[in-house]
Design a protein around this ligand. Structure first.
Ligand code: SF4
Ligand code: SF4
Ligand code: FES
Length: 592
């Protein structure tokens, strides 16, 4: 370790570290422009100069490039340092008067532009873009060209460069925002839509999927990561203080043996672009409710500011359309999605909170507000937020004069209405998550014609399925709001605890029994059992020699469905409690 003093503070630093790294670790702030921890330092801009006042050759040195040395005494804000930064900034201000960061730093250090020809761009010639492209990305698509006043950043021969990947690293790292890779790149720039924000903004290849993700850790998207494309970059690895980046990690399948499974696969939204009359996908100001939700969220693409995608300005009139795909026997889904009435009311309130002088209209079929305080909430939206509720469907949306004309029916007044809206929010139906049918078949549980999973009994066993040990929670079972999903999930968790907190498994006695004397081991029953409960069993004599093989029913797996009993041609299987003689006795007793 190296001992030195920075601003009269005793500091220990690892050998090979720069003065900037040592000062940063000690909480001492030194301004920088041409420095980035992932890019080799060049000491080009000289904003980070500090003064060596003892322990070495006195003078000004760039902190980002000068290594720590034993016994050095450093001042980071001495008169000489401040004067040097002021002069540097005065030159930069003269060259790039429009660069905001330079204006701010110049003001802080009291720098005035020196008299010289004004530059016409914001580039301060720090070369960070050239270094990141060459040393980190490994492409060398941009370079310096010319001398003196003519010096500029460009591509070889001033032509768009085929080697430019369009990764945007240069634009990302440029301290003044002076560079636009589109000038250099002959192909479209790489932008990765941010799925969590419904593609309304972009993300980087290394990213945390969404705020509050569990685990709240970044992941690398291999398809877009420069390292996996070119073998270069590794910028994240260089700057990660925890040394946590491992490019060799691969996806793995994990196998666990469990006693119970809770299926909570959630839902997706019906795709509203099947209804051409609403113009979703054609008109940028027609959005879905989930897109609206992200727009008004503080962690959303506009950090909570509600703006029209087409103009970037707040919408003064918003029309909300409920039941998009729901309750539609023809060309849609027959069921009610249950949550849309209430979240539309919430959206109308949020809209009024964001745009105080805005007007909200809601087209509805019925307002289904069956929940604690739900009806009062909707009344509040109508009375206090002055949202206009219109009962009827919308027939057509079309653009006119920069607005969207929403033409629909108001069935209560029996009139046709037209509203000139600046944004339209569709509330699409809830549908089960993709792949739910495959999962259901794997778990051997039932599902309805829409793909929602079936409970064992709608009243008596609403969270259990026909397969013992598999439970349901949330919208995989049916459209549900958050309180209902939480209630069902709590019930499922209690059922699981009831199962695994006992030493022995108790279960219903209605299971299949094999008559070993008559079973002829054809094993047709094995294929008929949907629960995989039937297998072979060897019968042995006293000497331990196998005398016969018969079917065996695993009592833990058998669900008592009786499929095996009706399949067995030798009538060797019966379901306990449902033997033929018992059923006939029951029928006879009923007929008396
Ligand atoms: S474009 Fe930006 S990063 Fe490149 S030299 Fe100019 S100021 Fe520095
Ligand atoms: S966008 Fe092009 S010029 Fe800029 S860093 Fe990437 S490859 Fe280099
Ligand atoms: S930041 Fe150190 S010389 Fe530019």
């Amino acid at each position: 370790m190296i001992n030195l003093t920075i601003d009269n503070q005793q500091i220990e630093a690892e050998e090979g570290k720069t003065l900037l790294a040592a000062a940063t670790l000690a909480g001492i702030d030194i301004p920088t422009l041409c420095y980035h921890p992932a890019v080799p330092s060049a000491g080009a801009c000289r904003i980070c100069v500090v003064e060596i006042t003892g322990g070495g050759q006195p003078g000004l040195v760039p902190a980002c490039a000068y290594p720590v040395q034993e016994g050095l005494e450093i001042q980071t804000e001495s008169e000489r340092v401040v004067a040097s930064r002021r002069m540097t900034l005065a030159l930069m201000l003269a060259r790039s008067p429009g660069a905001t960061i330079i204006q701010e730093m110049a003001q802080e250090y009291g720098a005035e532009p020196v008299p010289m020809d004004k530059g016409d761009d914001d580039c301060i010639m720090c070369g960070l873009c050239v270094r990141v492209c060459q040393d980190v990305i490994g492409q060398s698509a941009v370079c310096f060209e010319g001398r003196g006043h003519e010096r500029k950043i460009t591509t070889p021969y001033d032509k768009q460069s085929e080697v430019c990947l369009g990764c945007g690293a240069c634009a990302f790292i440029c301290p003044t925002g002076a560079i636009d890779p589109a000038d250099y790149c002959p192909h479209p720039l790489e932008t990765i839509p941010n799925d969590f924000n419904c593609g309304l903004d972009t993300r980087t290849p290394i990213h945390i999927p969404f705020p509050q993700a569990v685990p709240n850790k970044p992941l690398i998207d291999r398809e877009n990561c420069i390292h996996f494309i070119t073998g270069g970059c590794e910028a994240c690895k260089q700057i990660c203080p925890a040394d946590a980046i491992d490019f060799d990690m691969t996806d793995e399948y994990v196998t666990e043996k469990v006693g119970a499974i809770v299926v909570a696969t959630g839902y997706e939204l019906f795709n509203p672009d099947v209804y051409a009359e609403y113009g979703y996908g054609r008109y940028p100001d027609v959005v879905t409710s989930i897109e609206f939700e992200r727009m008004v969220s503080a962690s959303g693409p506009t950090t909570g500011e509600l703006v029209r995608p087409s103009t970037g300005k707040p919408p003064k009139t918003v029309v909300f359309l409920q039941c998009i795909g729901s309750r539609r026997e023809q060309g849609g889904l027959p069921y009610c999605s249950k949550i849309c009435c209430m979240y539309t009311a919430k959206h109308a309130i949020l809209y009024k909170h964001k745009v105080h002088d805005g007007q909200a209209f809601v087209f509805y079929m019925d307002v289904r507000s069956g929940g604690k305080n739900y009806e009062q909430f909707v009344r509040r939206v109508i009375k206090e937020q002055m949202a206009t509720y219109l009962r009827g469907r919308v027939a057509k949306i079309f653009p006119s004069d920069g607005k969207l004309i929403v033409r629909g029916a108001d069935t209560l007044s029996g009139t046709q209405v037209e509203i000139a809206a600046e944004m339209v929010v569709l509330a699409p139906a809830m549908v089960p998550a993709a792949g739910i049918r495959n999962l259901a078949q794997t778990l051997r549980i039932g599902y309805d014609e829409h793909g929602f999973l079936l409970e064992a009994h709608p009243k008596l066993r609403p969270v259990e399925t026909n397969t013992a040990g598999v439970f349901l929670a949330g919208a995989c079972h049916s459209p549900k709001d958050i309180p209902d999903s939480v209630a069902q999930a709590s019930a499922a968790a209690s059922k699981v605890l009831g199962l695994i907190s006992h030493q022995t498994l108790t279960r219903e006695p209605t299971i299949g029994i094999v008559d070993e004397e008559t079973c002829n081991a054809c094993f047709e029953c094995e294929g008929a059992c949907a629960y995989g409960a039937i297998g072979p069993k060897e019968l042995k004599d006293r000497k331990g020699e196998v005398t016969a093989v018969v079917a065996y029913i695993n009592e833990g797996l058998c669900q008592g469905c009786g499929a095996c009993a009706v399949t067995c041609r030798s009538k060797s299987i019966e379901v306990q409690g449902y033997r033929d003689d018992q059923l006939f006795a029951a029928i006879n007793a009923t007929g008396r």
